[in-house]
Design a protein around this ligand. Structure first.
Ligand code: UTP
Length: 474
């Protein structure tokens, strides 16, 4: 193979090696390593199709949209027999060991501004368990309940890979077997300027960033994780994101709907709070299911109401999916014809000015980053299924340091959930109009992670603890 330098010269990117001769051997090796991992043909294609035309990949996206139907919850008119059949099928698949949990945790978490892997952020109201610990305990509980440990795949990125593994090792994998948890790092993409020139973060390094949560599909294939799943007889992948402590990592009903419909990709939809809520929306376009980003949804459609006065486009996408393994193999295979598209993000990226060799901190966005979104897999899937979920049971992410979707709102939503479960078990708990209890207490996922299980286990307790500030039911 030719030296990357020659390839970069041939592709009009010679500036990447401009400072090569000033570097020590270590710096030269690092630069060469990073350069070798870049697919220049892919970058060229993206610069041509996205940066130069500046369309962000979203051309005419909002034309001919219809809302995608979803299966309603029984309490909202759904067929409870159908939900029960789904639960049974899901439970059977779990007993058969067909299901893996999969969290994507490679993001940069800029909005939260936490200086460690986001999964290590403390989220629970009393014990301050981390996101990773909450998920680990839910996955452990599912394994105990169904008599088959659930393997857990964790996608990291270069930003947090080593720290994530060290964190799990330090905490003995929170009770999971070490070989039950598999880590792999996602792909990186280089940032470019408006002329398509790759940016240098330093003289010895390229400005690289993770390739988006949609990069998880090719990372599952490239890392060999998919082969491990195949060898273990796993064909059903329960996908969630690292920032949402309420998520039911393993949800038998959801798994069952997916399997009974022979679906390749199933999704949970949440009725949007209001027209302006910033979540993507499940739509149909030319007969295919798609998710339209909130920023691409014309205001006219976002606020349209149906005959019942409800938002017509109300199925919000909250990034909870079940993937069939075959679909991941197909989409992650590297075949450009059936790969997820890239989207453009215009961002500020500090870089070395090739003219002066000085580091430049831009005041305005100067760079284009390329990212894939996981929901773009939807149009490729056979028999997609969308089921409704309730916000209070599945979704309260930690995105921002303060305000909406913050540690505070998420801890409060966890408290409301514990209070609802307690009330269902007949426990008297003082709460305000929003359901927020007057005392801060916590239910460990190892005790129960659904209302039904809580009620059952609580009723079976011979000595029931009094619930006060700081009580932990475990
Ligand atoms: P977000 O879109 O919230 O991005 O990711 P983020 O990087 O975590 O946070 P901000 O935008 O910088 O504040 C949603 C989920 O997708 C994962 C994140 O780790 C999170 O679980 N993700 C995102 C990846 O795994 N890789 C990526 O390249 C991007």
């Amino acid at each position: 193979m030719s030296h990357p330098n020659e390839v970069f010269i041939a592709n009009g990117q010679s500036h990447v090696f401009q400072f090569h001769d000033e570097l020590n051997a270590e710096g030269q090796a690092q630069l060469k390593d990073q350069a070798s991992a870049i697919d220049l043909a892919e970058i060229d294609r993206l610069v041509e199709t996205l940066v130069r035309s500046n369309n962000g990949g979203n051309d005419a996206i909002a034309e001919d949209l219809e809302p995608a139907p979803f299966i309603p919850l029984p309490k909202n008119g759904g067929d409870s027999g159908q939900w029960q059949r789904a639960r049974k099928a899901g439970e059977q698949a779990l007993r058969d060991g067909r299901v893996a949990a999969f969290v994507v945790a490679g993001g940069q978490g800029t909005r939260l501004g936490f200086d460690a892997p986001k999964g290590t952020f403390p989220v629970t109201p009393v014990e301050k368990k981390s996101l990773f610990q909450v998920f680990a305990e839910k996955i452990l509980a599912a394994g105990i309940e169904f008599g088959k440990p659930v393997p857990w795949f964790i996608m990291t990125s270069i930003i947090n890979h080593d720290n994530t593994i060290a964190y799990f090792e330090k905490h003995n994998f929170f009770g999971l077997a070490a070989d039950q948890v598999q880590f792999f790092s996602q792909g990186l993409m280089s940032a470019v300027d408006a002329n398509g020139k790759i940016l240098l973060a330093d003289k010895d390094s390229i400005a690289l960033s993770p390739d988006g949560h949609g990069g998880s599909l090719r990372a599952l294939v490239r890392s060999g994780a998919i082969d491990k799943m195949k060898a273990a007889g796993i064909d059903t992948i329960s996908y969630f994101q690292v920032d949402n402590p309420l998520v039911r990592c393993i949800d038998p009903e959801f798994i069952g709907f997916h399997l009974l419909a022979n679906s390749e990709l199933s999704s949970k939809a949440l009725p949007k709070r209001d027209a302006g809520e910033k979540v993507g929306v499940f739509c149909e376009k030319n007969g295919e299911s798609v998710v339209i980003e909130y920023s691409d949804m014309p205001e006219r459609l976002a606020s349209e109401r149906d005959a019942n006065g409800e938002l017509r486009f109300r199925g919000g996408s909250i990034a909870i999916h079940i993937f069939n393994r075959d679909l991941v193999e197909r989409l992650g295979s590297g075949n450009a014809e059936i790969a997820l598209p890239f989207h453009l993000a215009h961002k500020k990226v500090a870089h070395i000015d090739p003219a002066t060799g000085e580091k430049t901190e831009p005041a305005e966005p100067n760079a284009y980053k390329f990212e894939m979104f996981v929901f773009d897999a939807l149009p490729f899937a056979e028999n997609p299924v969308i089921i409704e979920t309730a916000r209070e049971d599945d979704f309260s992410p930690v995105k921002n340091a303060e305000g909406s979707d913050s540690p505070q709102t998420s801890a409060d939503d966890q408290l409301r959930q514990f209070a609802r479960w307690a009330k269902a078990a007949g426990i008297e708990i003082e709460a305000d109009d929003s359901g927020l209890p007057a005392v801060k207490f916590e239910v460990s996922p190892l005790f129960a992670d659904t209302q039904d299980r809580f009620v059952k286990k609580w009723n079976a307790l011979s000595e029931k603890p009094a619930i006060a500030d700081g009580t932990v039911i475990s």
